[in-house]
Design a protein around this ligand. Structure first.
Ligand SMILES: Nc1nc2c(ncn2[C@@H]2O[C@H](COP(=O)(O)OP(=O)(O)OP(=O)(O)O)[C@@H](O)[C@H]2O)c(=O)[nH]1
Ligand SMILES: [Mg+2]
Ligand SMILES: [Zn+2]
Length: 336
């Protein structure tokens, strides 16, 4: 028979190896850990993944695979397999796929981790400088994804006092843990907060995510990088997402440092309601569809003037809105 060679997913892929969890992901493929394997057969298989895979439980959807996914795999060799299907997810942490230079009519979802309970956003108090903007974005995504959120302020050994923004997060009801992976401050508290659930760790490169995980779980031996002396940023030491079980129960997902964290599929009008502090004030705005830009009777602007709302939080909100597609043009709401 001639013709095109069969596509990978059409190849009869050997024996059904059962269910597995994706524990590592990089550009070429994933490593899965099987729930069970016969005596002497490796539990971990490398699976190449090209393009998108069928998402179980839905008729037509396909998806990119992520660490934490539960998958059904076939074994094609002792140490190699093929992902047949991604099982339905109980949660995802996702962002728009980074721009690949092509114009897109719609955003594609990049799943950073699947089946997680909590997002841990790590920021450093210094080196690189504390960036509340990224923390705010991750918190908004956590609210939207209905994931628990924890803020970690690392490198406290480099500063005299924790950044004042930490108190603002606590006032909104977020848990903030101050740490130093170098001196060990806060590590016991962080470990206690992480045990028993699946947490995905995110934050800029160089803030100390891998260093913290190594401190929380001795023996992990994750690679840790030096900062770039010119830019003061991290060097993208962690290059693939990795799921590690915690000795005390639960698991952690370490992820490569991120520059930006966009919002996937969040309608602009919803953004206010994902800011815990803005949503307390916004019902007092004159217009129900107020976007808090320069509308008359805006309670958010008034609350910044009186100090009820932190100006940097409202800045974060405005920056987030500015990067979103489909934001209504600047103008008076209600008026056309
Ligand atoms: N002074 C100080 N340095 C730290 C602390 N935690 C980490 N570092 C240093 O910060 C640098 C970056 O640490 P990493 O753990 O590789 O940071 P990361 O967030 O995993 O970075 P990526 O993998 O690139 O995203 C290393 O030189 C660490 O030794 C800390 O609490 N205090
Ligand atoms: Mg790292
Ligand atoms: Zn308003």
């Amino acid at each position: 028979m001639s013709g095109r060679p069969p596509r990978p997913r059409d190849v009869p892929a050997g024996t059904d190896a059962g269910l597995a969890t994706v524990v590592r992901q990089d550009a070429k493929g994933v490593v899965v850990r099987l729930d069970a394997a016969p005596e002497g057969v490796p539990l971990e298989l490398w699976c190449s993944v090209r393009g998108r895979v069928h998402l179980g439980g839905s008729v037509s959807a396909t998806t990119t695979i992520a660490v934490g996914d539960r998958v059904r795999v076939h074994r094609v060799a002792d140490d190699r397999g093929a992902v047949e299907e991604v099982l339905p997810r109980r949660s995802v942490l996702s962002r728009p796929e980074p721009d690949q230079g092509r114009r897109r009519s719609r955003l594609l979802q990049q799943v950073l981790a699947a089946n997680v309970d909590r997002v841990v956003v790590v920021a450093s108090a210094a080196d690189p400088a504390f960036d509340p903007g990224l923390v705010d974005r991750v918190l908004v995504v956590a609210e939207w994804s209905r994931l628990d959120a924890l803020v970690v302020v690392n490198k406290l050994d480099l500063v005299a006092a924790e950044p004042p923004e930490a108190a603002v997060y606590r006032r909104m009801g977020y848990r903030v843990v101050g740490t130093s992976a170098t001196t060990g401050v806060g590590i016991d508290e962080l470990r206690a907060a992480l045990i028993g659930a699946v947490s995905v760790i995110t934050g800029h490169s160089g803030v100390g995510k891998s260093s913290l995980l190594n401190a929380v779980e001795p023996g992990l031996g994750l690679a840790v990088g030096r900062l770039n002396e010119v830019t003061g940023r991290g060097r993208q030491t962690t290059t693939s997402a990795l799921l590690v079980p915690l000795a005390g129960g639960g698991a952690l997902v370490d992820t490569p440092g991120i520059r930006e964290f966009g919002l996937y599929n969040v309608p602009p009008r919803e953004v206010t309601w994902l800011f815990r502090d803005l949503r307390e004030v916004a019902p007092r705005c004159k217009f129900g569809d107020c976007l808090h830009r320069d509308e008359p009777g805006c309670a958010v602007a008034a609350a910044v003037a009186t100090g009820e709302l932190a100006a940097w939080r409202v800045d974060s909100y405005h920056r987030m809105l500015a990067t979103m597609p489909d934001v209504p043009r600047w103008g008076i709401p209600g008026g056309r």
